[in-house]
Ligand binder design. Structure first.
Ligand SMILES: [Zn+2]
Length: 316
């Protein structure tokens, strides 16, 4: 069996990456359901997919990615437009699962990364929609990360370094503690400086999950890299809105600073009572930073930290 799979991987190098992408697209289809139903307190398994008009959606109209394009974004039953976000989440999940497959050191690690990626995608879109991250993704990720780390040392084996299950478990716990402590500290300082809450409890819990899966280096990278990513995303979104004006539902172009601030800070113009003025979700930025670390940057980041510590511990 194992030999047959290895032969397949050798003779058809595209086969397993393609399977990883399609598997991701199918999971992405389920994540769409989670993203819409969990904040509304509905079951994610029952009933099956339904159109807003109440009719059940047939399986052949519900094929990940393709379904949306075949129907050109409109429901077959009533012509209601479906958001492009549905296929976008499926494509994103497929692409990230493909990256997990290509970058993970072994199969168990790839599967654990896929689980964590799925949790981050749900946390990201729910946070964008509602400014909250449900505990089942943040606290759930924290628990899953610690438990899986004990059995899958590949999660913390950066740069081909081989860890035992116990060492991997320690890395995970250490990551969760350093991650939450760091963001909690920043949250308190930011709250004093800005005189309003800057980050939520959900962000602290999400950092626990990120540290549990990615270790302390990943947590540090996600926090600071995420702040950079978030700033770039917010500024470019604001500028796009300014340039395209009403086309994106934003404010018309104007040259006074107040209008610029309103366009750059989504929610600044909103009047939601629960959400402080000018607030924006930080979870998506943290999730982006964590994925960047896990799938691309972990090698460079651990090199950087080991060189830094070498500077201070030269006599070791
Ligand atoms: Zn319909």
């Amino acid at each position: 069996m194992k030999e047959a799979l290895l032969t397949m991987a050798r003779t058809m190098p595209w086969y397993f990456p393609t399977v990883a992408f399609i598997f991701g697209a199918c999971i992405g289809s389920f994540l769409n359901v989670c993203i819409y139903r969990i904040p509304a307190g509905k079951s994610v398994t029952r009933p099956g997919s339904r159109c807003v008009c109440g009719k059940a959606i047939a399986w052949y109209d519900n094929i990940p990615i393709l379904g949306w394009f075949i129907l050109r974004g409109r429901a077959r039953c009533c012509g209601q437009a479906f958001s492009f976000r549905y296929p976008a989440v499926e494509i994103l999940t497929g692409a990230l699962f493909l990256a997990c497959w290509l970058r993970a050191p072994d199969l168990p690690t790839a599967l654990a990364w896929m689980l964590f990626t799925s949790m981050l995608i749900c946390a990201t879109f729910i946070d964008l929609d509602t400014m909250t991250i449900p505990d089942r993704f943040s606290v759930g990720g924290f628990v899953a990360g610690i438990v899986l780390s004990a059995f899958i040392p590949g999660l913390h084996s950066v740069d081909g370094l081989r860890l035992t299950g116990f060492e991997s478990l320690l890395s995970s716990i250490q990551g969760a503690f350093i991650g939450t402590a760091l963001i909690y500290w920043i949250m308190i300082v930011a709250e004093i400086a800005l005189r309003r809450p800057a980050m939520g409890e959900g962000d602290v819990k999400l950092m626990g999950a990120i540290g549990a899966f990615c270790g302390w280096q990943g947590a540090v990278f996600a926090l600071f890299g995420g702040a950079v990513l978030g700033t770039v995303a917010v500024v470019s979104w604001g500028l796009t809105k300014l340039i395209l004006g009403k086309g994106l539902g934003g404010l018309p172009p104007g040259d006074n600073a107040e209008e610029l601030a309103k366009a750059v800070l989504p929610g600044a113009a909103g009047g939601d009572d629960d959400v402080p003025e000018g607030a924006m979700p930080f979870g998506p930025a943290l999730a982006g930073g964590a994925l960047l670390y896990m799938l691309l940057a972990s090698g460079y980041v651990s090199d950087y930290f080991s060189q830094i510590s070498w500077l201070f511990l030269r006599n070791r």
